[in-house]
Design a protein around this ligand. Sequence first.
Ligand code: PMV
Length: 290
Amino acid sequence: MAEPGHGAGSAGGKLILCGEHAVVYGHPAIALGVDRTTTVHLRRVDGPTRVTEPHPDDPRLLRAVRAVVGDGWEVTIRSELPIGRGMGSSAALAVALVRALAAAEGRAAGEHEVHGRAFACERVFHGNPSGIDHAVAARGGVVWYRKTPDGPALTDLPVPDWSLAVLDSGSAGNTADLVASVAARMPSVAPLLDRIGALVARARDALSDVDTLGPMLTENHRLLAEIGVSTPGLDRLVGLALSAGATGAKLAGAGGGGVVIALGRDPSRVVDEASRHGVAGFVCRPGARP
Ligand code: PMV
């Protein structure tokens, strides 16, 4: 039970294995929980809500926080997730805020409440979110996700026993702008989104097999590049990962920056090779639960 006037909540990061952007249009996507978290502490204060850490003067952050908690809170945010890298930092914040507020009210937030209230916060960052990010931030694991007119349709998939190499492009993408740029290209990009949806269905059947799944990830990257959300830097990281022995690689998240994920038998080799080219990276085991 939280001390009166205080509440804390946390949530995890995510990586999209395949299906980003197409998921906004009702196609399925597969996302993976990541063992890095965001924790929020709330303390009751008089007057408007303020954020003490980490960016007290960021107006968008304050708007997103107030979309969940309203006024009357001092909010401290601690996050292990890089911002704007496609690892779900804003969704983890949204879910952690909903949980912290519920804790401050002496209760636990249910799944329905988390989804609904986190959506309001995500809208500030994402414009038109599919909901996949905060679904995975809340539950972790490996999730098959589909946005339907009746709400999210989720299935937990078995956690595979491979690890991914995650390579950082060093720059942040703007999810809201990228999602809007795809919308502006509709309906001409619809056939590419259909192909991504079909590929995600095949990827689900190949989830445990790095040799079959890898080339599907590379194909997903090419389709995302055709849609216009990759960058020369992300394409270069995909090439670097493949030449270091990855069976497949793709951008993960909205694109325009962020990270590339690479699958293969030896993800450490991919990370080492990337570091020789001045690229930061790490090995990530999928399926963590916050
Ligand atoms: O927040 P990001 O960079 O992981 O992107 C989210 C995935 C998109 O499909 C691009 C948007 C969405 O809401 O599903």
